[in-house]
Design a protein around this ligand. Structure first.
Ligand SMILES: *Cc1c(COP(=O)(O)O)cnc(C)c1O
Length: 546
């Protein structure tokens, strides 16, 4: 396929399924989809990540809307095999042993990709070191340096130990992996040019919280000799800060953002490096709901291996399409109705909003002017929310609380449900079961927005700010709708646009013109063909894995 050139894919989080909770959101789910589509396409790839035995947290929300976090350990033994290899690394002056668990992902044609999960939770290690890999995105910044050292440096040592000496490209999925470049420099006797030729970097967000920056003095204390003293980075020279994105970019020959718009934003963010783009995509087999899957299995044989077949739906009747959608909607409503007293009806236009609860995603925008929302909705919509806030993100937790409060206040006007513990299972249920997918980020902060692609794939039109993928995919009024103006972005203007289009276009179309609604569903699926991980991987092969 790819001349069998071997790719080593590094990511701090990988989301494969909801019973392996080693991911927090879009970044991890995308990494999982990247690996799955690579396997479908027969790529010669190995993937490296950390084993968080207590994963990312499990969310519960009390009746006041307060998020509570729980850390049950998951059944890693059931999914992974402990391999008889260990590597070690010296951090904080202590030697740390790293255990390695293997998971094998099999693609559509049974091509396999091994994923190695690194684990320091071993009795031989110092008590403090045992906890390094225990939880995802936990602890202070020193803890992150420790985790990222295990991932980057430990990961390269593991590849050596396993005999993967002929890696063609090391693909860093975000700056969490950038320490791998330091180990490669040692491996290649400080031949910077050679290291650069072997490295590719993907940046996933313009939001500062997504770019780790560490005091260099702390890194020196933790890494000791493992940190070269002559790194030539702007942030180091100017502020004594080790900026992990800059480190990764500095030792890569190529780099990309994850949509056209984000590529441009990232280029401005890091003007000293050349940043291009490949728009993200989703693994179509994983994200299509079961009823659409059976429909396509009957009518579009071959669609699993070749998702381009989804661009011609002429053999499928409107009723077949709407029946499949309605069945998927009922599965979602069953889950919703087991959670709330204010029951959802399968006849009512259902709007979905589910993503990490972060300020820039503006989950509360639809509640900006309650009177206008009530007027626009005219008792004809119901809304389902879901999403976790990072345990330290008080603003994100406040958003969840506000949604709870508002849904209580609106009880007699609009049914609103917040489903606890957003994960891949719920993500699939919601993105395959609502009628309209809402996304209202503060542009240009939504780098891609893969949940919208999952919805489109399931024939669910997007109703979204022109940010991330939607800025390039939206054919307004045909495959969904835009919110706001492409020229400016603020809460007042955007919410007004939202209410207006909901009232004048979306609600009337849904209830009074089923034929045209069905046409929009078809266009959504048509659009999604360009936003599959299958297409994304072809792009990586052509541009960066060559
Ligand atoms: C797809 C997915 C995401 C990413 O959604 P965005 O649109 O990028 O916010 C996050 N979490 C889960 C569980 C997902 O399935």
């Amino acid at each position: 396929m790819n001349d069998n050139k071997k790719i080593a894919y590094f990511s701090a989080e990988i989301g494969l399924s909801s019973d392996i909770p080693t991911y927090s959101g879009g970044l991890g789910v995308l990494a999982g989809d990247h690996i799955k589509a690579s396997a479908d396409n027969g790529l010669n790839m190995v993937a490296i990540t950390l084993l968080y035995k207590e994963g990312y947290f499990k969310q519960e929300i009390d009746d006041q809307g307060l998020q509570k976090e729980f850390y049950p350990s998951f059944d890693y033994d059931k999914h992974f095999e402990l391999i008889p290899k260990q590597v070690s690394i010296k951090l904080r002056g202590r030697n740390i042993l790293i255990n390695v668990y293997k998971y094998i992902y099999f693609g559509e044609k049974k091509h396999s990709i091994p994923i190695y999960f690194l684990d320091t939770n071993i009795a031989e290690n110092h008590e403090d070191d045992q906890k390094i890999t225990l939880r995802l995105y936990s602890g202070d910044s020193d803890h992150r340096v420790l985790q990222e050292s295990i991932l980057g440096i430990g990961g390269i040592r593991l590849l050596e130990e396993l005999g993967h000496t002929n890696i063609h490209k090391y693909h860093m999925n975000e700056g969490h992996c950038s320490f791998l470049t330091l180990e490669l420099l040692r491996k290649y006797n400080n031949d910077e040019q050679l290291v650069k030729e072997k490295c590719h970097f993907t940046t996933h967000t313009p939001v500062p919280a997504g770019h780790d920056q560490f005091q260099i003095s702390n890194c020196q204390k933790i890494l000791g000799d493992l940190l070269p003293s002559d790194l030539n980075l702007e942030s180091l020279k100017n502020d004594n800060i080790l900026h992990m994105t800059e480190l990764g970019l500095n030792f890569s020959s190529s780099a990309n953002g994850v949509s056209e718009l984000h590529g441009n934003v990232a280029q401005k963010q890091f003007p000293n490096y050349n940043i291009n783009f490949i728009t993200n995509g989703v693994h179509h087999i994983s994200w299509l709901g079961d009823d659409f899957k059976s429909l396509f299995d009957n009518k579009l044989s071959g669609w699993r291996q070749n998702p381009d077949l989804l661009s011609d739906l002429n053999t499928i009747e409107d009723t077949e399409l709407t029946n499949a959608h309605q069945l998927q909607k009922e599965k979602l409503l069953k889950e919703i109705n087991s959670n709330i007293s204010n029951k959802f009806s399968s006849e009512i236009l259902t709007i979905g909003f589910a993503r990490r609860s972060a300020e820039y995603k503006r989950a509360r925008l639809i509640f900006y002017d309650i009177d206008k929302l009530i007027d626009a909705s005219n008792s004809q919509i119901q809304i389902v929310f879901s999403g976790k806030a990072h345990p330290n993100d008080l603003g994100g937790k406040e958003i969840i609380k506000d949604i709870y409060k508002t849904s209580k206040n609106l009880k007699n006007k609009i049914s609103i449900c917040f489903l606890e513990n957003y994960n891949m299972r719920l993500g699939k249920l919601i993105t395959s079961g609502v009628d309209v997918w809402l996304n209202t980020p503060l542009r240009p902060n939504e780098a891609s927005g893969t949940s919208g692609m999952k919805a489109a794939l399931n024939g669910i039109p997007n109703f979204s700010i022109l940010d991330g993928w939607w800025a390039e995919a939206c054919i307004d009024g045909s495959n969904g709708w835009s919110i706001g103006s492409p020229d400016y972005c603020n809460d007042k203007a955007d919410s007004d646009s939202l209410y207006k289009r909901l009232k004048n276009e979306i609600i009337p179309l849904y209830y009074d013109n089923k034929k045209n609604w069905c046409q929009i569903m078809r266009s959504s699926i048509n659009t999604s063909v360009d936003y599959t991980a299958h297409r994304m991987i072809q792009d990586y092969i052509k541009k960066y894995y060559k």
